[in-house]
Structure formats: structure tokens, C-alpha cells
Design a protein around this ligand. Structure first.
Ligand code: 5GP
Length: 184
């Protein structure tokens, strides 16, 4: 059996450029957490629904920035696969195992690009009759939007560049970088 190709060095200065530092990310997430606590006052837990896999680090930090009790769920959808370009279709690979009827729900996404994934997920989850349904994304590339989608909480708007780190990958590498970096 042949060995897999070695992954590129995580901090190769020739290919990675820091776009958003870890400090800026943490500061912004604290603000978003505070905003969510002000906006969503009510009984019962908030359901945070992270979209796998890219949202997992944002999810962990956002959950801890919210004071109200939060329950953590994940959904898996097909998106870019191993390349850089969108297939344009969305498939649910892992659905929720719980009912969200009557609950305050926030979809937690890593990045909104074309808006195709979130448009699909929002209409899917709305059919399950949550009390409220909002979207939080760490990153937003507004220039690339193909479907208009209303995003309630945006960490950072970024230019049309392919980014990795802080949960985001390229072919499964780079997710564990502390910063958001442009892959050049
Ligand atoms: P959309 O459906 O909005 O086009 O795509 C959203 C998904 O595409 C994100 O959840 C993410 O998986 C992927 N994506 C879009 N832009 C980037 C990017 O710059 N870097 C990475 N790593 N993934 C991206």
C-alpha cells in the first residue's frame, strides 16, 4: 500500500497569508455572543446547529460566548468536496437527531459564499417550526452571492479569496490554524 501524499506545511509562508488574527476573531465572537444574548431573551435553551465540518471551532467559541443555555447539534451537508469550486447542489449527509419545534435556533456556519447552502438549510429547518431561526456565520463573501440570504450575525466580511484555518479546510488540511488565512 502506498503512503498518502504528505500534507503541506501548516505554516508555509509562501502559501498562507494571515487575513484575520486569532485575537480579532475572539474579540468579534465575544461581541456576537453578547448580541445574541440581547436579541434572544426567553425560556429554554438556544439550539446551535453547526454545519460540519468547517464550523466546529467557531461553534465551540460562540457557544462559550453566549450566557443563555445552549444545546449543541450538528448537521452535515455536501458542499465543495475536495476542490475549490461549488458543485451548486446541496445534500443533507447528516440530519438532526432532535426536534427543534418551538425552539430558538441559530444555524452556525463557517462562511457564506454563494448562499446556496444556507438558502437550502434555512428553508429546510423552517419546515420544522422553530420559534425563531437565525443564522450566524464567521465569514461572509458578499461579492460571491448567487442566492440572497439574510444573515443575522456576521463575524467578518472578506474579499473574494479562498480562505483556510479556524475550522476551514482545503482538501481537509489547515482546519487547525488559529487564524483565518488566504491560501495563495
Ligand atoms: P455556499 O453554499 O455559500 O456557496 O458555500 C458555503 C460553503 O462553501 C462553506 O460552508 C464552505 O464549506 C465552502 N466555502 C466557501 N468559500 C470557502 C473558502 O474560501 N474557503 C473554504 N475553506 N471553504 C469555503
Amino acid at each position: 500500500m502506498s503512503n498518502p501524499a504528505p500534507a503541506p506545511a501548516l505554516r508555509d509562508p509562501a502559501t498562507l497569508r494571515v487575513l484575520i488574527s486569532a485575537d480579532r476573531i475572539h474579540q468579534r465572537i465575544a461581541e456576537i455572543g453578547q448580541q445574541i444574548d440581547e436579541d434572544l431573551v426567553g425560556d429554554g435553551p438556544i439550539y446551535l446547529i453547526g454545519i460540519l465540518k468547517g464550523s466546529f471551532i467557531f461553534m465551540a467559541d460562540l457557544a462559550r460566548a453566549i450566557r443563555r443555555s445552549a444545546r449543541i447539534e450538528f448537521m452535515g451537508v455536501s458542499s465543495y468536496g475536495r476542490g475549490k469550486s461549488s458543485s451548486g447542489e446541496v445534500r443533507v449527509l447528516k440530519d438532526l437527531d432532535v426536534s427543534i419545534a418551538g425552539a430558538d435556533v441559530i444555524i452556525v456556519e463557517d462562511i457564506v459564499d454563494s448562499g446556496i447552502t444556507l438558502t437550502y438549510l434555512k428553508s429546510l429547518l423552517e419546515t420544522r417550526q422553530p420559534r425563531s431561526l437565525r443564522i450566524a456565520t464567521l465569514l461572509d463573501k458578499p461579492e460571491r452571492r448567487l442566492r440572497p440570504v439574510e444573515v443575522d450575525y456576521v463575524g467578518f466580511q472578506i474579499p473574494d479569496e479562498f480562505v483556510v484555518g479556524y475550522g476551514l479546510d482545503f482538501a481537509e488540511d489547515y482546519r487547525n490554524l488559529k487564524e483565518v488565512c488566504v491560501l495563495e
